[in-house]
Write a protein that binds this ligand. Structure first.
Ligand SMILES: Nc1ncnc2c1ncn2[C@@H]1O[C@H](COP(=O)(O)OP(=O)(O)OP(=O)(O)O)[C@@H](O)[C@H]1O
Ligand SMILES: [Mg+2]
Length: 251
C-alpha cells in the first residue's frame, strides 16, 4: 500500500485528511498533514513558486524521505512542516493541531516541545561541549529531569565517552550524533532532518541512517527527512519526490 496518497484518493477511501470535522480516528493516525500548501517567494519583482499546492500525509511512527533535485522545494516543505516558514496558503496539521493558525509565540512553544531539527551542517554551538549542546533544549524549555535525559540521549547515539568534548574535537559523524541527541532531548514527536548525511562519507552516512532507523523503531518518533543521497531510500519507510515544487511520486 502506498501511504502517500493524493488528497482525492484519500477522500475516495474515506480517509479525509483536510476537511474540518473529518473522522477523528483518521486524523489521529496521521502525524503530519500538509494540505494544498503553496509557498512563493518574491525575488527581484517576480514570484518563485517553491511549493505548488503540495499534499502529504505522514502516518505516526513512520520515516518519510523527501527527494528531488536542488531547488525542487524540499527544504521549504520541511520548514513549513516545522513552522520555520509560513505557507502563503494551505494548511499544515501536526498531530491534529493546525500550526498554520498559531501565533508566533504559540508556534515557538509548540516547536520546542514537539519538534527536533537536524541539519546538514550539524549547527552545534562551538563553545559548548557535546553534553551542554544536548541539554540546551531541555534548559530552554525548563523541563525537569535534564541530567537523566541528556545521559539517555548520549547513550542512544553512542557518544557517552565524548560528553566533555567540543564539536571541533569531533568528526562529522560524531557531531551529527550530537545533533541527533540534541534533537531528541525534549522528547519530540516529530524529527525534521534536512540533508543530514550531506556532509558525511558514505560509510558514516550509513551509520547515521542506521541510527535514525533505530530511533524511529525504539523512540516512537515520526520523521521527515530530505536527501539527495540514493542510499537514504534503503532506510526510509516511504519516499516522496518533488519536482519544481510539486509531488511527482505516485502519492
Ligand atoms: N528565502 C528564499 N527567498 C527566495 N527564494 C527562495 C527562498 N528559499 C527558497 N527559495 C527558492 O525556492 C525554491 C525551492 O528552494 P528549496 O531550498 O526548498 O529547494 P531544495 O529542494 O531544498 O534545494 P536543495 O536540494 O538545493 O537544498 C528554489 O527555487 C529557491 O531558490
Ligand atoms: Mg534544501
Amino acid at each position: 500500500m502506498n501511504i502517500f496518497r493524493a488528497k482525492s484518493d484519500l477522500k475516495k477511501q474515506n480517509l479525509q485528511v483536510a476537511q474540518p470535522g473529518a473522522a477523528t480516528a483518521a486524523i489521529a493516525e496521521m502525524a503530519v498533514e500538509v494540505i494544498d500548501v503553496v509557498r512563493t517567494y518574491r525575488v527581484g519583482g517576480s514570484d518563485v513558486m517553491a511549493l505548488r499546492a503540495i499534499n502529504l500525509a505522514v502516518p505516526a511512527g513512520k520515516w518519510i524521505g523527501v527527494k528531488g533535485r536542488s531547488g525542487s522545494g524540499k527544504t521549504t516543505l520541511l520548514n513549513c512542516v516545522g513552522g520555520l516558514d509560513h505557507p502563503n496558503s494551505g494548511t499544515v496539521r501536526c498531530f491534529g493541531r493546525d500550526i498554520t493558525r498559531m501565533s508566533d509565540s504559540e508556534l515557538t512553544s509548540w516547536r520546542r516541545q514537539q519538534v527536533g531539527f537536524v541539519f546538514q551542517s550539524f549547527a552545534l554551538l562551538p563553545t559548548l561541549s557535546a553534553w551542554e549542546n544536548i541539554e540546551l533544549p531541555i534548559r530552554i524549555a525548563g523541563q525537569k529531569g535534564r541530567r537523566a535525559r541528556t545521559k539517555y540521549c548520549m547513550e542512544l547515539v553512542g557518544l557517552t565517552k565524548w560528553a566533555n568534548h567540543r564539536p571541533y574535537e569531533m568528526s562529522g559523524g560524531q557531531q551529527q550524533r550530537v545533533a541527533i541527541a540534541r534533537a531528541l532531548a525534549n522528547h519530540p514527536r516529530l524529527i525534521l532532518a534536512d540533508e543530514p548525511t550531506g556532509e558525511l562519507d558514505s560509510t558514516t552516512a550509513r551509520e547515521i541512517l542506521s541510527l535514525f532507523r533505530h530511533i524511529v523503531e525504539t523512540e516512537g518518533v515520526t520523521m521527515l527527512m530530505t536527501s539527495h543521497d540514493p542510499i537514504v531510500l534503503e532506510y526510509v519507510d516511504e519516499v516522496v519526490e518533488l519536482q519544481d515544487g510539486q509531488r511527482v511520486d505516485n502519492g
